[in-house]
Design a protein around this ligand. Structure first.
Ligand SMILES: C[S@@+](CC[C@H](N)C(=O)[O-])C[C@H]1O[C@@H](n2cnc3c(N)ncnc32)[C@H](O)[C@@H]1O
Length: 180
């Protein structure tokens, strides 16, 4: 139960999802297949991807660049935060500059988690992230009071005809031992 909203994940209207780095919305489709719910805010700053976002979610605001978003209208109103943040800083197909890459926007995802306090965080990235930048993500999540699990899956394991491997992180707030 969310003390702020009194809602539970899986209730009649379902969890409210904040989708960061939405892309074509694939991660959100997967999350909705498991948890149901609805995307109530997107943040996608690429104009082409934003057209796809607008097509999938015509009534959902796209707040654009996560580096400049004012999350205050959604504080206390988000159950699940999803983010497939850019993989170029960590990808073997790139220069692997990690935090020195200007596309390293994990700190802004962490800031959104800090402000929105979702009860579930679902993150996705390339396998190369495990060797570069991953420790910071786990450390930041722990500093924000989240615990979780992660693992790698190949697209083929979900029935696709290619091997592309991705790491998924699912995290939730450490339960408060003082709350029954
Ligand atoms: C790896 S893709 C995400 C794919 C997504 N998970 C999906 O299922 O389609 C990363 C996305 O982050 C977006 N992006 C990059 N920088 C961003 C920023 N500063 N704010 C919002 N979105 C950003 C890119 O345009 C791209 O669509």
């Amino acid at each position: 139960m969310d003390g702020t909203t009194g809602r539970t994940v899986g209730d009649a209207t379902g969890p409210r999802i904040a989708s960061l780095c939405t892309g074509y919305g694939g991660l959100d489709i997967a999350v909705q297949q498991i948890y149901g719910g609805e995307v109530v805010v997107c943040a996608e700053n690429d104009k082409h991807a934003a057209r796809i976002v607008a097509h999938h979610y015509p009534n959902v605001p796209n707040v654009g660049d996560i580096k400049t978003v004012d999350w205050s209208p959604w504080v206390g109103g988000i159950d699940i935060l999803t983010a497939g943040y850019p993989c170029q800083p960590f990808s073997h197909a790139g220069k692997m500059r990690g935090e020195d890459d200007p596309r390293h926007i994990w700190p802004h995802v962490a800031q959104a988690i800090r402000e929105l306090g979702p009860r579930l965080v679902v993150l996705e990235n390339v396998r190369g992230h495990l060797r570069l930048g991953f420790g910071r993500v786990i450390r930041d999540l722990a500093d924000l009071g989240y615990v979780g699990r992660w693992g790698c899956l190949r697209a083929a394991e979900a029935g696709a005809c290619h091997r592309r491997e991705r790491v998924f992180i699912v995290a939730w707030p450490v339960p408060d031992p003082h709350v029954a």
